[in-house]
Design a protein around this ligand. Structure first.
Ligand SMILES: Cc1cc2nc3c(=O)[nH]c(=O)nc-3n(C[C@H](O)[C@H](O)[C@H](O)COP(=O)(O)OP(=O)(O)OC[C@H]3O[C@@H](n4cnc5c(N)ncnc54)[C@H](O)[C@@H]3O)c2cc1C
Length: 208
């Protein structure tokens, strides 16, 4: 489920408290079930407040050296020199000129609509890590694109969510090349979760 409320939250046209009140009423009237209520509450209240908390208490929230956990810096240092089969510049990424049709579609969606589904945002950001010369360069490129194109960009959620791709508010996962113990995502995961050919067609349609 996705509400597309983030730009309205970002610009203050609706508050997270109002959303929580409304979903509470909807649950009491059985318009939504407990699982739906819990899912929305977790995102709009727990995750969002966690993001605001992170930015409020960490004044260097936008700097690579200060945005994530010690275990994440250790694993990135250990994998800094791993072989990277694909490397792209910021310009190539922004122009959606990679070998990966899903990344290119996501990048184009971002530019054309100012929006991207949460799951695609994760995939998009993880690929930038894999295809950049260094983690710091990847972090800075991701923030640059995030804040340039997303309608909900330049928000505490932007900084915390980008940092999440580098281990913030996450945990160590099975170690693998380049990402080390950072959470890994691949195109097979996207294909299991979504009808990706439909997504590609949708992006083609908004390009016209
Ligand atoms: C790489 C990356 C970049 C992101 N950049 C931004 C950004 O610039 N601005 C932004 O608002 N969100 C960002 N997010 C978090 C999340 O993807 C978006 O809030 C969500 O996709 C917005 O769509 P929605 O309103 O339909 O969300 P819904 O799924 O309907 O959720 C409702 C609201 O809950 C909050 N929320 C949902 N997921 C998260 C989360 N993981 N962390 C914090 N709050 C959350 C948002 O305010 C959202 O509008 C990013 C996530 C990733 C992985």
């Amino acid at each position: 489920m996705t509400s597309t409320l983030s730009p309205y939250l970002h610009f203050g046209q609706i508050s997270s408290l109002e959303i929580v009140h409304e979903i509470k009423k909807a649950k009491e009237k059985n318009f939504i079930n407990q699982a739906t209520y819990d899912g929305i509450f977790e995102q709009v209240f727990v995750r969002r407040e966690l993001a605001f908390n992170f930015v409020y208490y960490n004044h260097q929230y936008d700097q690579f050296e200060h945005m994530t956990e010690p275990w994440a810096y250790i694993t990135m240092e250990q994998h800094q020199d791993d072989y990277r089969p694909h490397l792209y510049t910021k310009d190539q990424l922004e122009k959606a000129q990679t070998h990966d049709p899903y990344f290119n579609a996501a990048m184009q969606e971002m530019i054309l609509s100012g929006y991207m589904h949460n799951y695609m945002r994760m995939y998009w950001a993880k690929k930038i890590i894999e295809w950049s010369n260094s983690y710091k360069e990847a972090f800075e490129t991701t923030l640059y694109l995030n804040n340039k194109y997303f309608l909900d960009g330049r928000d505490p959620n932007s900084y915390t969510s980008v940092a999440w791709n580098y281990g913030r508010h996450d945990r160590a996962w099975t170690e693998r090349p380049i990402l080390g113990k950072l959470r890994y995502m691949n195109d097979k995961g996207l294909e299991r979760k979504f009808d990706m050919s439909k997504y590609i067609h949708y992006i083609e349609s908004i390009k016209k």
